[in-house]
Write a protein that binds this ligand. Structure first.
Ligand code: PLP
Length: 526
C-alpha cells in the first residue's frame, strides 16, 4: 500500500511498515500538544511585575483571596504552543481548501495591510462621529457597492454573519407583514437542499417551516412551491445558485408566484460569488438577501476572523431595516441610531455599534483592487474552475447532476463507491493523508453520500490538477479494493479518527485540574 505520488516520492505506508511504538511523543517535527494548562506549572510567569505599591487594604473586601489560576509559561513556551497548534490543522494559506458552500478563497494580504491602518484599527465605537468621518465614509461606499452589485435600493450593514443576516432579513419581513396587518403570515417555505441555517432562522423568528420538493435536475419544484404557497406564508427562502451548485433557472417565476401570494422572497446569498457582476438579484425579484463578505469578498473565514453578513433589501422592506444607518447631512456623515422619525418603522437593532469594521475595510479593499470588471471575472473563473474539477473527476466519480454545467461547486454522490466497502467519510479521511482538506461531506442532504467541492477562482490550473490527480488516484485505489487505506485513514494526521459521537454528545467544554494537581499558590505573595 502506497500513498499517491503527487509531486513527491511514493513512500511506504507508515502504519503498516513500522507502527509508531518507538516514537517518544512527537513525529515529523511535530510534538504532541497538551493543553496550555497542562503544559505549564504554576510557579512561573512570562512577565516580571513589581510588587504592588498600594496597601492591599485599599481594596477592602474586594481583595482576591484565591489564586487567579493562569498557567505559568514563559513567552517562548506560550508562542510555541500556539504555533504548534496551528501546524496541526489545515489552512487556506497552506493549500487548496475545497469545502463547498463555504467559499474558502485566498484572503489578499493587501486587505490586511489596510485593515491595520490606525485610522480604522484604533477607532473606538463610542467616539464622536465627527472624529470618525473616514470610517463612516468607507462603510457608506461599501454599502453603495453592495447595492449597485445587487441592484437593490437599501442595505443593513450590521449583521455579523450569514446566519445573522438571515435573522435580520426575516425580522425585517416580519416587521413589514405586521405593519401591513399580516401578522398571521407565519409559515416559511424552504427547499429540501437548503443550508441548515435557513430553517433554523425561520424557527428562531417563531415561524413554522415547510419543505419545498426538488426536481430531478436539482432545482426548486415550482409546482410543489405553488401548491404550498398560501395566505399564511410569510416568505420563501431560496439559495441561488443553490447548494447543489446549480442556478435556479426559474428564479423569476419563483419570485412571481411568491409575490402573487403575498409572500416575500428571501434569497440566501451565500453563493453570490458565483454570479457577482453577472446577475443582479434585484432584477430577479429578490426582497432580501444576505451577502457573506467572508465568502464573496474574501474577508477571513472561520478561525481566521469574524464574518460579516450585510443584508440588501427591496424598496418594500427598506423602511423596516434595523438601525443604525448612515445619512449625509450638512455637517458630514451622521448615524441614524434611534427608532424614531425617519427610522420610526425600524424593527430595532441587530447589535451594538456599526458592525464588523475590520471586515468592511477588507471587503472594500478587495472590491476596489478588483474593480467592477475584476469582480465579474471572479465569478466567471470560480465557475470555470468548478466545471474543470467536475469534468476531470467525472472520469472516476459520479456527478450528482451530470447534465449541463455547474456553477461554482461540483457535487458528486457516492454511487461510484458502491461495492467498494468504503463510505464518503472514509474517502474524505484518505484525502487528509494526501495533503488535502476533505470536501464538504453529506451536504446537501438531498444527495446520497454527497461530496461538494468548491475550488474557487483563487486556485491555479496546477493546483487544481494536483488535487484532481490525487482524488482520481484515490478513486482508482478504492475501486481496486485497497479498502484499508480508506477505512483506517487518516494514517498521517496528528490525530487519527476522532470519536465524533462522543465529542458531540459529551463535549468537554472546560478544563478541570486532575485531582492530583497541587493547588496553585498565588504569584503575588512574593
Ligand atoms: C455559509 C452559508 C450560510 C451561513 O453563513 P454564515 O456566515 O456561516 O453564518 C447560509 N447559507 C449557505 C448556503 C451557506 O453556504
Amino acid at each position: 500500500m502506497t500513498l499517491t505520488s503527487v509531486g513527491r516520492p511514493t513512500r511506504p505506508h507508515p502504519a503498516i511498515s513500522e507502527g509508531h511504538a518507538s516514537l517518544t511523543g512527537g513525529r515529523g517535527l511535530l510534538q504532541d500538544e497538551p493543553l496550555l494548562f497542562e503544559l505549564g506549572g504554576w510557579d512561573k510567569t512570562g512577565v516580571d511585575l513589581p510588587a504592588a505599591e498600594h496597601d492591599a487594604s485599599d481594596l477592602g473586601g474586594l481583595l482576591r483571596t484565591t489564586p487567579i489560576g493562569l498557567p505559568g509559561l514563559s513567552e517562548p513556551e506560550t508562542l510555541r504552543h500556539y504555533v504548534r497548534l496551528s501546524q496541526m490543522n489545515h489552512a487556506i494559506d497552506l493549500a487548496l481548501y475545497p469545502l463547498g458552500s463555504c467559499t474558502m478563497k485566498h484572503n489578499p494580504r493587501l486587505n490586511e495591510k489596510l485593515a491595520r491602518l490606525a485610522g480604522f484599527a484604533d477607532l473606538h465605537p463610542l467616539q464622536p462621529v465627527s472624529t470618525a468621518q473616514g470610517a463612516l465614509e468607507l462603510i457608506d461606499r461599501l454599502a453603495h457597492w453592495l447595492k449597485t452589485l445587487t441592484g437593490m435600493p437599501a442595505v443593513a450593514m450590521t449583521p455579523k454573519a450569514g446566519a445573522h443576516g438571515e435573522l435580520c432579513g426575516l425580522l425585517t419581513i416580519r416587521a413589514a407583514h405586521e405593519a401591513a396587518g399580516h401578522g398571521h403570515r407565519r409559515r416559511v417555505l424552504v427547499p429540501t437542499s437548503a443550508h441548515g441555517t435557513n430553517p433554523a432562522t425561520a424557527a428562531f423568528v417563531g415561524y413554522s417551516v415547510q419543505e419545498i420538493a426538488q426536481t430531478a435536475d436539482g432545482r426548486v419544484d415550482l409546482a410543489d412551491l405553488a401548491a404550498k404557497l398560501g395566505p399564511d406564508v410569510a416568505a420563501i427562502m431560496v439559495t441561488n445558485p443553490n447548494t447543489c451548485g446549480l442556478f435556479e433557472r426559474e428564479v423569476i417565476e419563483i419570485a412571481r408566484v411568491a409575490h402573487a401570494s403575498g409572500a416575500y422572497f428571501y434569497c440566501d446569498g451565500a453563493n453570490f460569488n458565483a454570479i457577482v457582476g453577472r446577475v443582479r438579484p434585484g432584477d430577479l425579484g429578490v426582497d432580501a438577501m444576505h451577502i457573506n463578505l467572508h465568502k464573496t469578498f474574501s474577508t477571513p473565514h472561520g478561525g481566521g476572523g469574524p464574518g460579516a453578513g450585510p443584508v440588501v433589501l427591496s424598496a418594500a422592506l427598506a423602511p423596516f431595516a434595523p438601525a443604525p444607518w448612515i445619512v449625509h447631512g450638512p455637517a458630514g456623515l451622521t448615524l441614524v441610531e434611534d427608532a424614531r422619525d425617519e427610522a420610526a418603522a425600524a424593527f430595532g437593532r441587530m447589535c451594538a455599534f456599526q458592525g464588523q469594521m475590520g471586515m468592511f475595510v477588507r471587503a472594500y479593499a478587495y472590491m476596489r483592487s478588483h474593480g467592477a470588471d475584476g469582480l465579474r471575472q471572479v465569478a466567471e473563473d470560480a465557475v470555470l474552475n468548478a466545471n474543470y474539477v467536475k469534468a476531470r473527476l467525472s472520469a472516476e466519480m459520479t456527478p450528482a447532476f451530470p447534465d449541463g454545467p455547474c456553477m461554482h461547486e461540483a457535487l458528486f454522490d457516492d454511487s461510484w463507491l458502491e461495492g467498494c466497502g468504503i463510505t464518503t467519510l472514509d474517502f474524505a479521511k484518505a484525502m487528509i493523508d494526501e495533503g488535502f482538506h476533505p470536501m464538504t461531506m453529506y451536504f446537501p442532504l438531498v444527495v446520497h453520500g454527497a461530496m461538494l467541492i468548491e475550488p474557487t477562482e483563487t486556485e491555479s490550473r496546477r493546483e487544481l490538477d494536483r488535487f484532481c490527480d490525487a482524488l482520481l488516484a484515490l478513486a482508482r485505489a478504492a475501486k481496486a479494493g485497497d479498502t484499508e487505506r480508506f477505512t483506517g485513514a487518516p494514517y498521517l494526521a496528528p490525530l487519527r479518527r476522532l470519536d465524533e459521537t462522543m465529542a458531540a454528545r459529551k463535549p468537554k467544554l472546560a478544563w478541570r485540574p486532575e485531582p492530583t494537581t497541587v493547588a496553585p499558590a498565588p504569584l503575588a505573595a512574593e
